[in-house]
Design a protein around this ligand. Structure first.
Ligand code: CDT
Length: 311
């Protein structure tokens, strides 16, 4: 049993400093402690505004959105307080790795145990959006500002269970959950920044909230795992981001959900054994999966329809 707090964040302004953001994270952490949580999950890019919405040209300004060390001077208080309270946490941030003269940039999430040690790291694999600046106000330049993650989808024995992480757009891809499911994952922690109004047809934007839950509920059920989906929500620098932070049980049911678009904590006792009946029967992978018929999944990226029959 893990008592989890999903710590949704409201908008973070471009000018908000790390210490200001960490203060908000600490308030949620302490609230989680008051409910005797063991683990707190924060969103994707939880230390800054969602900067890939701007075509940032100034490298120094861009670098300012990334962490070169974790913990660094600004995030050390979060690690210290979490350890003092005996709370673990997961958190998303932009990671800058210096390899000689080469700068590598990742959209990263870490898992920190109750003793303050980093026990897991994940780098976002499914980067949405585009690398080139589009002729419209709402950019989504993750492909410009991040490399594809190079760590796969690892899972970790922590908090008495098997935990994995993924980030935002990853949640829309069944492969994300399945690769972790094949490692026996019992809880997936995922943060997201999901904008609406960037230029998609209104019909798609109107369904964004439905799709958000659809993919997490399906991923949870089909892999008999808990999914903790945590939003950075609200109107951030004039751009709207959905909320709907939720905790999904291995049944696929949402068992807790945020009601606001601001900083808000939801808490749930998550019995990791709830997935066991599914794993033993309908989703007994060893008994029922047929990987010999799934080869296209790893051999092909885009869809290639069969040739049309000549009449
Ligand atoms: N952060 C992130 O991955 N957001 C995407 C929206 C991309 S819109 C081009 C998401 O899947 O929610």
């Amino acid at each position: 049993m893990i008592r989890v707090g999903a710590a949704q964040l409201g908008p973070i302004a471009r000018t908000e400093t790390r210490p200001q953001v960490v203060k908000r994270l600490l308030a949620l952490l302490r609230e989680a402690k008051s409910y005797n949580c063991q683990l707190v999950a924060y969103p994707e890019l939880a230390l800054t505004t969602f900067f890939p919405r701007w075509p940032l040209e100034d490298e120094a300004e861009l670098d300012g959105f990334y962490e070169t060390a974790m913990p660094g001077p600004a995030t050390q208080p979060l690690f210290d307080e979490a350890r003092r309270l005996g709370l673990g946490f997961s958190i998303g941030f932009a990671e800058l790795v210096l390899e000689g003269n080469r700068k590598r940039r990742f959209n990263t999430s870490i898992l920190v145990d109750q003793g303050g040690a980093i026990v897991g790291k994940y780098r976002k694999v499914h980067l949405p959006g585009h690398a080139d600046v589009l002729d419209r106000p709402g950019q989504h330049l993750e492909k410009r500002f991040f490399e594809v993650g190079d760590l796969g989808f690892p899972v970790y024995r922590a908090f008495g269970g098997i935990l994995g992480m993924c980030i935002c757009n990853d949640r829309r891809w069944p492969e994300t959950y399945r690769v972790m499911g094949l490692q026996g994952v019992e809880m997936v922690l995922l943060g997201y920044n999901s904008p609406v109004g960037l230029g998609d047809p209104y019909e798609l934007d109107a369904l964004e909230s439905f799709h958000n839950h659809l993919v997490m509920q399906a991923g949870a059920y089909q892999n008999a795992t808990w999914v903790v989906g945590v939003a950075k929500a609200g109107t951030e620098e004039g751009f709207n981001q959905i909320g709907q932070t939720c905790i999904v049980a291995p049944s696929g049911e949402i068992v807790a959900q945020c009601a606001t678009l601001g900083d808000e904590l939801i808490v749930r006792d998550c019995d990791l054994d709830l997935g066991a009946p599914y794993r033993a029967d309908i989703f007994n992978f060893a008994a029922h999966r047929r990987p010999e018929h799934y080869r296209l999944i790893v051999e092909r990226t885009g869809a290639i329809p069969p040739p049309e029959k000549k009449s």
